[in-house]
Design a protein around this ligand. Structure first.
Ligand code: HEC
Length: 395
């Protein structure tokens, strides 16, 4: 009953997380587009930098941008902040419900590092905080003055985090932690830098002083990082559904490709929105395509024949399933975390193994996503035997 209610909590948090995330990212895409679509017009109000005309949902919209501020601030000025904060908050709660509450199943892989659940959770929280401090420190250091060098450093920090996580957590938890780390950096950019700077600037304007232009530049730098990190972070958040991504032994390499693909596609969209000449930014699409081919190549399945080893007898096969799969994949699972067989996959009989053969090969023979967290320490020979039996018993 409890795990059933926790499943509902998990579902509601996930639902809220992506609805609010759509709000945050949608607003961010919209404002980047809006900024790049501004044009100077013949007649503009004093202090206006440019305006944009849009049509949507049956009405026409005319937006004007003030680079500094209008003469008088309206009382109902809307701040876009809660989207970012609530996306982070629901994401962190989801991390607790999905990973921390089932740390031994989802976070820990004894073959990677035999941690206690509390140790895994402590490492997770500490690394999210440390990641932010390191990133923020880099931006504030002299490196922060050189945008290209800073970008390269942030790239290396994220790849290094992926390397670190993959030597501590299970593959799946490692990738989701890279996503959580990047998501934390992005939300903290809004909370700790972009909004406070904007508030300081607004306050000096209200006091009739000239705002410090550095505050605006710093905010802009952080928003540029957020802009380029949006697409990669989304992919990392759904990586848990794709064993080819998270069961790759070199997580950092997969992450490096995801960063390049996402950032380059974002760059392409930015420049296209700005109406630049296609020839000046088409290279970004080419780099993204090369990185995509690289990602597909490094995650390709190892195609050593499965049937090379001996085929186990039916009794031996059942014993392997009993030892490694049936605690979770049975009509009434004995495992404490599950009331129902996960993914509706049951493996308590050989005819079921035959039926689910293809996905079992993906999850447990070619990939090592199953048994989840490898709690039962399934060996290579057993995986080989599983594959050989499935190959030999195809219908
Ligand atoms: C500790 C519990 C646990 C054990 C043990 C376990 N699994 Fe799973 N299995 C899961 C969970 C949870 C999912 C759902 C994963 C998800 O939602 O991404 C799953 C999903 C699957 C899927 C479906 C994936 C899909 O594409 O939908 C297959 C196939 C599978 N497991 C095979 C196995 C095999 C084979 C074994 C034994 C070698 C095994 N599992 C052992 C928990 C377990």
């Amino acid at each position: 009953m409890l795990s059933f209610l926790v499943d509902w909590l998990n579902l509601l948090l996930r639902w809220a997380h992506f609805i609010i995330g759509i709000g945050w990212i949608g607003a961010s895409f919209y404002f980047v587009w809006l900024d790049l679509s501004l044009r100077k017009r013949e007649k503009m109000n004093p202090g206006v930098y440019g305006t944009s005309w849009m049509v949507h949902g049956g009405g026409f919209y005319h937006v004007e941008k003030y680079t500094v501020a209008p003469e008088r601030l309206p009382e109902d000025l809307h701040w876009f902040v809660w989207e970012a904060y609530l996306t982070w908050l629901t994401g962190f709660c989801l991390l607790i419900v999905q990973y921390y509450l089932n740390a031994s199943t989802y976070m820990i892989d004894p073959a990677v590092m035999p941690l206690e659940p509390w140790q895994a959770i402590a490492i997770s929280i500490a690394s999210l905080a440390a990641g932010w401090l390191l990133y923020d420190g880099l931006c504030r250091s002299p490196i922060g003055q050189k945008p290209a060098l800073l970008g390269a450093c942030v790239f290396v920090v994220i790849c290094a985090a992926a390397f670190g996580f993959s030597h501590v957590f299970s593959g799946r938890a490692a990738l989701i932690h890279v996503g959580a780390l990047v998501g934390t950096m992005m939300a903290a950019n809004v909370f700790m830098v972009i909004i406070p700077n904007q508030r300081k600037m607004t306050a000096s304007l209200l006091a009739g002083e000239a705002p410090d232009p550095r505050l605006g530049q710093i905010g802009k730098q952080r928003s540029t990082h957020n802009n380029y990190l949006t697409l990669p972070v989304l992919l990392m958040m759904i990586s848990g559904h794709y064993p080819m991504l998270y069961s790759h032994p070199e997580t950092w390499l997969v992450v490096a490709f995801i960063l390049v693909i996402g950032a380059m596609v974002r760059h392409y969209i930015n420049r296209a929105d700005a109406g630049d000449d296609f020839a000046t930014y088409s290279w970004a699409l080419l780099v993204a395509a090369i990185a995509l081919v690289g990602a597909i190549y490094v995650t390709k399945p190892d195609d050593t024949p499965l049937s090379a080893g001996p085929v186990p007898s039916d009794t031996e096969m059942l014993a392997i399933l009993d030892a490694h799969c049936v605690t979770c994949h049975a009509p009434d699972p004995a495992h404490e975390s599950f009331d129902q067989p996960p993914g509706d996959v049951v493996l308590h009989t050989l005819s079921h193994l035959q039926r689910f053969g293809d996905i079992v090969i993906v999850q447990a023979v070619r990939g090592q996503a199953m048994p989840l967290g490898n709690e039962s320490e399934m060996t290579r020979d057993e995986r080989q035997a599983l594959g050989a039996w499935i190959e030999a018993n195809r219908q």
